[in-house]
Design a protein around this ligand. Sequence first.
Ligand SMILES: Cc1ncc(COP(=O)(O)OP(=O)(O)O)c(N)n1
Ligand SMILES: Cc1ncsc1CCOP(=O)(O)O
Ligand SMILES: [Mg+2]
Length: 373
Amino acid sequence: MKEADCYDKSTNGVVVMVEPYSQTEQIQQVVYRILDANLDRAREGLRIIEEWCRFGLNNAQLAAQCKKERQEIAHWHTAELRAARNTPGDPGTDLTHPQEEQRTSIKSLLQANFCRVQEALRVLEEYSKLYNPNMGKACKQMRYRIYTLESTLMGRHRQQLLLRSRLYLVTSPGDKLLETVEAALKGGLTLVQYRDKTADDTVRLQQAKKLRQLCHDYGAIFLVNDRLDLALAVDADGVHLGQQDLPIAIARELLGPHRLIGRSTTKAAEMQAAIAEGADYVGVGPVYETPTKEGKAAAGLEYVSYAAKNCSIPWFAIGGIDPNNVNEVIDAGANRVAVVRSLMQAEQPTLVTQFFLSQLISRMKPELGMSYV
Ligand SMILES: Cc1ncc(COP(=O)(O)OP(=O)(O)O)c(N)n1
Ligand SMILES: Cc1ncsc1CCOP(=O)(O)O
Ligand SMILES: [Mg+2]
């Protein structure tokens, strides 16, 4: 062993005389260090996910699952692996990617930490074959459980955000499409539907892509009206389907369990059918007649009151709602509203968004039909 081999950063360069390791022992130490570092990495990533389950989702069951996985990792983290740690001598501690310094949303933060845990478990699975094959097998099983947890959690993430969304912007075409949506997002909007009934598909695709990115930058849900193909093409969070659009069962088959499906309803029977078919939310309206949906009869405030008493999934009153009449709609029982013109034609969409949200939140009544909280 050369003198340089004894250089230890932790002793600031003072050469410490140590018993020389044989080559096999040196490799063993490297394996131990890899295992030690990745056990830490997996545990830390899980802790970050656990905190969201506990404090963000208030979901004791998911938090408990994360905790159980952390405990299993701790079980494999033996004293001999910890003893191999040499943090000051690890050249990887200074290596960061710019994306690690900033996360744009809870979703991207969770995604990054799921990746971190899965990568660490994969490394553990491989290197523990040189240490303890049972540990390798356990890490493999754990990695599969984490994949399942990820898909459960990321699916629920959309549902949770939907539950927290009080105001829903349905877009209309125009030169200021992106600008207006961004202004509303700045005001606290968390739910956007891209609706353009006439543009060419090339335009729709391009706009939907940009809107999806914009919404996700602000941590908002992005849905596409009518077009499931477009929703899939731009990796949207889901679709909104009317009574004349695709059946929910087919949409669910194509979109999978985690994307959101909304359904328009104008009467009780349509609402009950949408719930039975597995819609994630329903539109309730038109509350008032509106030029945005010309020729469609108003369902009225009575239907809003019916929804307040009977709807067991999140629902949005829609149709002719503006800052002057929103309190009437709230008084009829609505806690969530969807608008087109009130925001798309607003001179100050940020302020209008803030106004709607303040009314909806401060005047919100306990949800009578709400078995979905
Ligand atoms: C939230 C919400 N509710 C209702 C509708 C209307 O959907 P639909 O009846 O399919 O009519 P179009 O919007 O496709 O003209 C909606 N888009 N969003
Ligand atoms: C798409 C839709 N579905 C029922 S009413 C409506 C349009 C609502 O538009 P506005 O908010 O401009 O009245
Ligand atoms: Mg439609």
